[in-house]
Ligand binder design. Sequence first.
Ligand code: NAG
Ligand code: NAG
Ligand code: NAG
Ligand code: NAG
Length: 154
Amino acid sequence: MMKENEEQLILCMASGFYPTNITVTWKKWTQKDPQYVEFSEGVFTNCTTKNEDGMFNVTSFLMLKPSLEDNMTIYQCVVWHKSLPTSQRLNFTLTMIGSQKSAYTLKYVFLCAGIILVIVLILSIFWKQVLHQTNTLFSILKAYSRNTQIDTRE
Ligand SMILES: *[C@@H]1O[C@H](CO)[C@@H](O)[C@H](O)[C@H]1NC(C)=O
Ligand SMILES: *[C@@H]1O[C@H](CO)[C@@H](O)[C@H](O)[C@H]1NC(C)=O
Ligand SMILES: *[C@@H]1O[C@H](CO)[C@@H](O)[C@H](O)[C@H]1NC(C)=O
Ligand SMILES: *[C@@H]1O[C@H](CO)[C@@H](O)[C@H](O)[C@H]1NC(C)=O
């Protein structure tokens, strides 16, 4: 399972074989092209190493950085060695879990926009009340000072 634009290294290892000659290749099966097609993009095969017992090992790496289109692609590591009656094929199916994440982000964007809108509305109502209250306060003060002036004259 992978997310969009996430990188993952897939390993295919063969160990304890003799003689040293071996072939490791990668194939993929897509819905668009429903057959196993060999590819080499993102593939790196290590040179064979020798064990103490004289047997050999090799590791092949596949660097995957899939897009949503690669959902449900079947990848296959094909190993051929003369000791095998037929080539060994190891498969895995790639499942993308990308779209859920973007749906979630979109939901959060709308939620945040809604919260900000509510805050702005509350603030504007509150601000209008504050302005109204200060205006009334000023008129009361004006009236009061007029009254005091009248008072002092009296
Ligand atoms: C191993 O492979 C190489 C080239 O791929 C070839 O020349 C050689 O004869 C092979 N050796 C054996 C033992 O099959
Ligand atoms: C081959 O792969 C193994 C396992 O990841 C690693 O330890 C080793 O360094 C690699 N050797 C070469 C020559 O790249
Ligand atoms: C991988 O798939 C191929 C073709 O469908 C099949 O022949 C092979 O047995 C599978 N390998 C494993 C390990 O299931
Ligand atoms: C990938 O395909 C599977 C099976 O069809 C589906 O359940 C999943 O939602 C798909 N993933 C994306 C990101 O479309």
